[in-house]
Design a protein around this ligand. Sequence first.
Ligand code: URA
Length: 228
Amino acid sequence: MRLDKYVTYAGLTRSEASSAIRSGRVAVNDTIIKNPAEKVESNVTLDGNVIDGSEYIYLLLNKPSGYVCENNRPDSVFGLVPEKYSHRKLSVCGRLDKDTEGFLLITDDGDFVHRIISPAKHLPKTYLVRSANPLSDSDITKLKSGIVIADNERCKPCECVRADNPNEYLLTITEGMYHQIKRMLNAVGNEVVYLKRIKTGGLSLPEGLKTGEILRLSDGDVLRIFTP
Ligand code: URA
């Protein structure tokens, strides 16, 4: 990659990167390089600080309740993202409601966002659901077979199993309609009182990732998402 492109990963525009390079602020393997067109792979510093040269980053937030997925709001999940990523154009992959917790991917890779949220990709997303009242076997059968949640809105068949605690269920859906899980429960005359996404594709929310914490995913983690 060209050096000036690499230096933009530090949050500079291309022309700011070029002038930083020309003025001797950039080193490659500890040697100052003043040619913006130099080809580089890694070990680049700006003012002595190592630049993270990853083209894209993939973050996993254990979303707390009370945060929204929209940007530019005081209660935005983006406020939980470390400052060092603030120059990246980040978006969430599949919104969660303000009161929903759990697995939320945040990235600057637009193709990846598409692969996660596109209904055509059928990527399973599993939620831990606590309902106001118990679900009967017949409710579970209705949910599993693809329930109608509004005129012309029928959910695809999904998985629904009882979890360990009373009134708790694991629901796995392969689409992401607006308030889908809440509306599915409403459609069987019930109500969601707690909702947490715990898995996307083959990647589960790590047990050690506390509410509000962010994990930068490795290439292996990203691959695991697509190998359920
Ligand atoms: N379904 C919902 O109803 N809410 C969410 O946040 C996610 C899925």
